[in-house]
Design a protein around this ligand. Structure first.
Ligand SMILES: [Zn+2]
Length: 114
């Protein structure tokens, strides 16, 4: 598990790459009400990695969690999100895909879906 400081540093780096904009509403990220999220949810085998991390407004993040297929607003700064969603889509299409994702994401056994 990365430390709190490491997560903060990652979030700062990612926010820079996102031009300090929220991927879901396109508005500026303030320092408040900002959270990091897994683009491919952990429950679906998403990795706890920088590639799989986005910074978004807390309410936007929450809204998006009920629709993981939501595309980010246009802009090259959000290409990494589109890429992760493509990986997830490909994984969903193959029967073993999600298991492969899970194996890649963590050494711990994946939680069984409810
Ligand atoms: Zn937002």
């Amino acid at each position: 598990m990365p430390s709190r400081d490491a997560i903060k540093a990652r979030m700062r780096k990612r926010a820079d790459q996102q031009s300090h904009r929220c991927p879901w509403c396109g508005r500026a990220l303030s320092t408040e009400f900002v959270s990091h999220e897994h683009i491919i949810p952990r429950s679906m085998g998403g990795a706890n990695s920088f590639e799989n991390m986005a910074v978004a407004h807390r309410p936007c993040n929450k809204k998006r969690s009920s629709n993981i297929w939501q595309d980010p607003v246009p802009g090259p700064e959000f290409d990494f999100i589109r890429k992760q969603l493509r990986i997830l889509r490909d994984a969903e299409r193959s029967p073993d895909g999600l298991m492969i994702l899970r194996g890649r994401g963590s050494r711990k056994p994946a939680a069984t879906p409810a």
